[in-house]
Design a protein around this ligand. Structure first.
Ligand SMILES: [Zn+2]
Ligand SMILES: [Zn+2]
Length: 389
C-alpha cells in the first residue's frame, strides 16, 4: 500500500496509482529534487541533462542567482549550448513579445530547454516546450508560486491574462541554498500561495456538500500536510532558514502535483485566487504593476476566511473554516501583509472584487454560496468598512 503522506518528494516523480477516490493519479515528472547545493552536484546534474543541444533561458536576475554558475558547469561538459538571457530592469512579462523572442532564439536542433527562474520563466519555457515538443527542465530560483509542477501557462495576450494548455517539466531542480537567498517578497509570495490552500480546500469541501462535487480525501490530506509543515515553521521564514525554505518549496511543488492528480486546479485555487485574479486583471488591463500573485493570494485568503465567518450560519455544519485571526497571526510571524490597502488595492476595487470575483470562473466557492443567499453586497460593505474605514 502506497503511503503517500510520508513519501519523500523525490519519490513522487513518476508516481502512478489507483486512489481510493476511484481515479488513477499520475505524476509525469521524471525527477523532482529539492536539495541543498544540488546545483553543485555535477554527477546529478549531468545525469538529468541527458541531451546534447541545450537551449538555456534565464533573465538577468536568475542568471546572477543560479544561471551563471550552472552555465559554467555545463560548458565544461560536451553540451552544445545556445543561451538567451532576458535583459531589462522591469519585471519580465509573459506576453506575446517574450514568447516570440524565445521562438526566435531557440535553435532548430534543440533537444532540451534549460529554464532558470521562477514564475515567469517557468511559464514561458513550459509553453515553449509544449509548442515545440522539446522537453524542459526547470532550475527553480525562488519559492514564490505553486506553478513548478503545473501543466498550464498563464500568459498575457492583448493585455489580458489567459491560461494556456502547456506541459510538465521533465525535471524540477530546486537548490535550497539558492532559494533561501531569493528576495523576501518572493518568499512571502510563496507563503501566501500556500496559505491560500486553507480556503481553497474548504471551498472544495463546501462544494462536495452542496453540489456533490468529486472530492479526493487523499489529495486534500497531501496538500494539508505540506501546508502545515510550512505554517508550523512560519517564524523561521524571515530568517530564511534552510529547513523552512525546503518545506515551502516542497509544499509549492506538491500543490502542483495535487492539481495534476485531480485534473484541474480545484485543490489549489478557490475564492482567494478568484479575488486575487480580479485585482491582477484590473492592474494588467491598465498597464499598472501589481504585487506578486502569491502576495495577493495571501491577502485574499484572509478576506475569504472572513467571508466564511460572516456566512457561518449558512454553511454545512461539517465544515470548519480557518479563523481569520489565525491567518493574520501567521502573516505577522513571517512579516507579510494581510491588508489589501497595503497592496495598493483601492476601496472601490476591493468592494467590486468581493461582489464580482465569483464571475471569474465557473467554480463553486463561498462567494457563490453568499451570492445565492443574497448576502454578497452586505458582506462587501462590511469588509470594505472594516479595511477602509
Ligand atoms: Zn484520489
Ligand atoms: Zn496560486
Amino acid at each position: 500500500m502506497l503511503d503517500l503522506l510520508n513519501l519523500e518528494i523525490e519519490k513522487m516523480a513518476n508516481l502512478n496509482f489507483l486512489c481510493e477516490c476511484g481515479k488513477n493519479h499520475k505524476v509525469n515528472i521524471e525527477n523532482i529534487v529539492v536539495q541543498k547545493e544540488v546545483t553543485k552536484n555535477k554527477t546529478k546534474i549531468f545525469e538529468m541533462i541527458n541531451k546534447e543541444n541545450l537551449f538555456f533561458v534565464a533573465d538577468n536576475n536568475t542568471y546572477k542567482a543560479c544561471g551563471e554558475n550552472l552555465l559554467k558547469v555545463l560548458r565544461e561538459e560536451n553540451y552544445n549550448i545556445t543561451e538567451y538571457i532576458f535583459q531589462g530592469s522591469n519585471p519580465l512579462i509573459p506576453n506575446e513579445e517574450s514568447v516570440g523572442r524565445l521562438l526566435i532564439e531557440i535553435p532548430k536542433n534543440a533537444s532540451l530547454i534549460i529554464a532558470v527562474g521562477s514564475g515567469t520563466i517557468n511559464d514561458l519555457c513550459r509553453f515553449l516546450s509544449y509548442k515545440t515538443n522539446v522537453p524542459y527542465i526547470i532550475f527553480a530560483t525562488a519559492p514564490s508560486m505553486d506553478g513548478y509542477a503545473s501543466t498550464v501557462s498563464p500568459l498575457i495576450v492583448e493585455k489580458f491574462k489567459k491560461t494556456f494548455e502547456a506541459t510538465y517539466p521533465k525535471s524540477i531542480i530546486a537548490d535550497t541554498e539558492i532559494l533561501r537567498k531569493a528576495p523576501l517578497d518572493m518568499i512571502h509570495a510563496g507563503f501566501g500561495d500556500i496559505l491560500g490552500k486553507y480556503t481553497s480546500l474548504t471551498d472544495w469541501e463546501l462544494s462536495k456538500y452542496v453540489n456533490n462535487e468529486y472530492y479526493c480525501e487523499t489529495t486534500v490530506k497531501l496538500v494539508e500536510k505540506a501546508r502545515n509543515m510550512c505554517v508550523e515553521n512560519a517564524e523561521k521564514i524571515s530568517r530564511r532558514s534552510e529547513e523552512v525554505i525546503k518545506h515551502l518549496t516542497e509544499a509549492l511543488i506538491i500543490s502542483g502535483i495535487a492539481i495534476s492528480f485531480v485534473g484541474n486546479s480545484r485543490p489549489a485555487s478557490g475564492a482567494e485566487h478568484h479575488i486575487a485574479h480580479f485585482w491582477e486583471i484590473e492592474a494588467i488591463s491598465k498597464n499598472k504593476p501589481h504585487p506578486l500573485h502569491g502576495n495577493l493570494v495571501g491577502v485574499g485568503t484572509v478576506i475569504v476566511s472572513m467571508i466564511y465567518r460572516l456566512m457561518k450560519n449558512n454553511i454545512p455544519k461539517e465544515i470548519s473554516p480557518v479563523d481569520p485571526e489565525y491567518l493574520i497571526s501567521l502573516h505577522k510571524k513571517v512579516g507579510s501583509t494581510y491588508d489589501p490597502k497595503e497592496l495598493g488595492i483601492s476601496k472601490e476595487l476591493f468592494r467590486e472584487s468581493i461582489i464580482h470575483a465569483r464571475e471569474i470562473r465557473n467554480r463553486y466557492t463561498i462567494l457563490q454560496l453568499a451570492y445565492e443567499h443574497n448576502k454578497l453586497e452586505k458582506i462587501a460593505k462590511t469588509l470594505t468598512e472594516k479595511f477602509y474605514a
